[in-house]
Design a protein around this ligand. Structure first.
Ligand code: SAJ
Length: 414
């Protein structure tokens, strides 16, 4: 029975997870290094945008089941959900996991469970276990004590889709990668308190690789679609019609081309596999390169479109990394808009219905945030970068006097 759980890292994964566990009546203490995040959560509010998260956090805080602190305190389970970005040379940066180990080590007690949820390269859970063992030589850990260890450790990767986090946290199956069978059993017990999906046990290395594989699978498939879109431009074939036709085959399911792959998961995680097996991971590396090269291709298309006008006014529709969210992190749309503004091709307007102010780097580059109507009145070139709902509602009358670069196939649905 878990009565008190600590979640380390209160971001896009940690905060929803903390709130959902708290909603099951378990006392949850969230820990974050950001004073702003801690204060906001303790007021029952949220510092990130995710549908319905504000309601769940407010309810948990009001009922006294969830609170946030800057320093960890004793608990029965510690769930680490901190970022694992890459550093120079696209090498995984485990420094946030290391800091979490240092933060929880002083309060660890015999019988505790430590779970790593952060997407991690293969071997990171074992690394976490060694850091904890060095910091707490008075306790025993699974890598040396096996089933008899004082502390149980497991990797249980998060796999929720931004925009549907609360629903998927509960309904998705979970991979539970314990360092021993006992670790897996204890971690399963915790996840069973809030997960309706199945909890499937394995070892920590397989669980790490499974998460990286899921995101690489998607990256490779998006790269296939992006490569097709470039081939089709060359061969004067409408890629959207082509994909719709090919997908009529019962065993073909091609994803959608776009301006590139954004977000902080799919554009990052495959590099962890490449870093671990640089000689072998040829297709995974190639997919990353194809997807990373797509913004540059779109940029050239826009420049050619702008060349048709003496005074080009280019409206970039969408800045977020995907449809109907406000998240601009690692967004190819943002990257393209910024590069356009630096390349003197014309006046650049940006339409992003999900934000109120532009990021500094765009205002510095004289990009103007306008609404969709203003963009339609002023621009002669429209660049569809994100398939947000209001853009999908545009009619051919709205755009028939413009030159359109449609990276999402909004006007070519088949
Ligand atoms: N994209 C395309 N074409 C497509 C699908 C997506 O260009 O057909 C682009 C999107 O526009 C976006 C990027 O790919 O820029 C990623 O979007 P996404 O919706 O595919 O994925 P994320 O990054 O929001 O979330 C992914 C999910 N992983 C998988 O679907 C395998 C999610 O389940 C993971 O939990 C999440 O990564 C994560 O945190 O790792």
């Amino acid at each position: 029975m878990f009565e008190k759980v600590s979640v380390i890292g209160l971001g896009y994964i940690g905060l929803p997870t903390a709130a959902v566990i708290a909603s099951r009546g378990i006392e949850v203490v969230g820990v974050d290094v950001s004073e702003n995040a801690v204060n906001t959560i303790n007021q029952g509010k949220v510092h990130i945008v995710e549908p319905d998260l504000d309601m769940v956090v407010q309810a948990a805080v009001t009922l006294g089941k969830l609170r946030a602190t800057l320093t960890p305190e004793a608990a029965q389970a510690f769930l680490i959900a901190v970022p694992t970005p890459f550093k120079e040379g696209k090498k995984p940066d485990l420094s946030y996991i290391h800091s979490s180990a240092k933060a929880i080590a002083p309060v660890l007690e015999k019988g505790n469970l430590v779970i790593l949820e952060s997407t991690s390269p293969v071997g990171a859970t074992e690394q976490l276990a060694s850091w904890l063992e060095e910091l707490r030589p008075d306790l025993t850990f699974p890598q040396t004590a096996g089933e008899d260890a004082d502390i149980q450790i497991a990797h249980c990767p998060e796999r929720v889709l931004p925009g549907r986090v609360l629903e998927e946290l509960v309904s998705n199956d979970r991979i539970i990668g314990g360092m021993t069978a006992k670790c897996s059993a204890k971690a399963t017990e915790l996840y069973k308190t809030f997960v309706r999906g199945e909890c499937i046990t394995t070892n920590s290395r397989t669980a790490e690789m499974a998460k990286l594989t899921e995101n690489s699978f998607r990256d490779v498939n998006i790269a296939f679609a992006n490569e097709l879109s470039i081939i089709c431009d060359k061969l004067k074939v409408n890629v959207w019609e082509l994909i719709a036709l090919a997908n009529r085959h019962p065993r073909v399911n091609i994803l959608s081309p776009g301006p590139g792959v954004g977000g902080h998961c799919i554009a990052v995680d495959p590099w962890f596999i490449v870093d671990s097996a640089p000689e072998e991971a040829r297709m995974i590396r190639s997919a990353r390169e194809i997807n990373d090269g797509k913004p540059e291709y779109v940029l050239e298309q826009v420049k050619q479109a702008a060349d048709q006008f003496k005074h080009p006014v280019i409206a970039c529709l969408g800045l977020a990394f995907k449809a109907d969210i406000d998240d601009l992190r690692e967004s190819p749309a943002l990257d393209i808009t910024q590069k356009l503004s630096c390349s003197n091709v014309g006046k650049i307007l940006a339409v992003e219905p999900n934000i109120k102010t532009l990021p500094q780097k765009l205002t510095d580059a004289d990009v103007e945030l306008v609404n969709l109507q203003q963009a339609l009145e002023q621009a002669n070139v429209l660049v569809i970068l994100v398939d947000h709902k209001p853009f999908k509602a545009l009619s051919s009358n709205d755009i028939n006097t413009k030159v359109v670069v449609d990276t999402r196939g909004v006007f070519s649905r088949f």
